[in-house]
Design a protein around this ligand. Structure first.
Ligand SMILES: CC(C)(COP(=O)(O)OP(=O)(O)OC[C@H]1O[C@@H](n2cnc3c(N)ncnc32)[C@H](O)[C@@H]1OP(=O)(O)O)[C@@H](O)C(=O)NCCC(=O)NCCS
Length: 161
């Protein structure tokens, strides 16, 4: 079951994110994106009443109408059961239905290409992030045609390094 996270879920999501990554930087990123009001879709996967996965999508500072997907976390003892895929598919569906134009992310192409993200789609955009992890997915046909090419993440990402 995938649903919107509420304020009472935040401590659980913090612990889950720390456990998935093995450090706390991404957990603090989530808190910062909520605090700056850049968070748009804050979704949890629940199993038997327990939160076992989480994904956050936030609005890029530029271009307008575009989201960043990060981070996504699945509890270590629930990984490789399709929960991460379910969350990402659900997030893409929500973003499309809400009229967002595209999603960018930084991640391993071996994982994210299965959802339609590609390095090629992001190639013409300007970023300071490493090209080999910088991917995009258009949610509307021709979304990238007339889009400004400078990609600017919300300020909270700068803290992550
Ligand atoms: C990445 C993550 C969210 C995937 O969630 P999940 O529920 O385990 O993934 P799914 O069950 O949907 O998919 C499993 C598949 O993804 C692959 N996969 C998982 N993590 C991967 C990664 N970092 N790179 C490449 N492939 C990966 C697995 O090999 C598996 O492939 P297979 O189906 O061909 O065997 C989860 O492993 C996690 O929380 N990792 C730690 C945090 C992290 O690295 N987050 C992503 C960066 S923002």
């Amino acid at each position: 079951m995938i649903r919107e996270a509420g304020a009472r879920d935040h401590p659980t999501i913090h612990r889950l994110t720390e456990a998935a990554f093995g450090w706390d930087a991404e957990a603090h990123l989530i808190a910062a994106l909520r605090a700056s009001d850049d968070s748009v879709f804050d979704l949890v996967a629940e199993m038997d009443g327990d939160i076992v996965g989480h994904v956050l999508l936030s609005a890029l500072a530029a271009p307008p109408g575009v989201l960043a997907l990060a981070p996504v976390s699945v509890a270590p003892d629930h990984q490789r059961q399709g929960i991460g895929s379910g969350l990402i598919h659900h997030a893409i569906g929500r973003a499309t239905a809400a009229g967002w134009s595209a999603i960018f992310l930084l991640g391993d192409p071996a994982y994210y290409t299965r959802f339609g993200f590609s390095l090629d789609a992001a190639e013409s955009f300007e970023t300071d992030y490493p090209r080999e992890f910088f991917m995009a997915l258009a949610l509307k046909s021709d979304a990238f045609k007339s889009m400004p090419k400078k990609v600017e993440y919300p300020a909270a990402f700068r803290e992550l390094g």
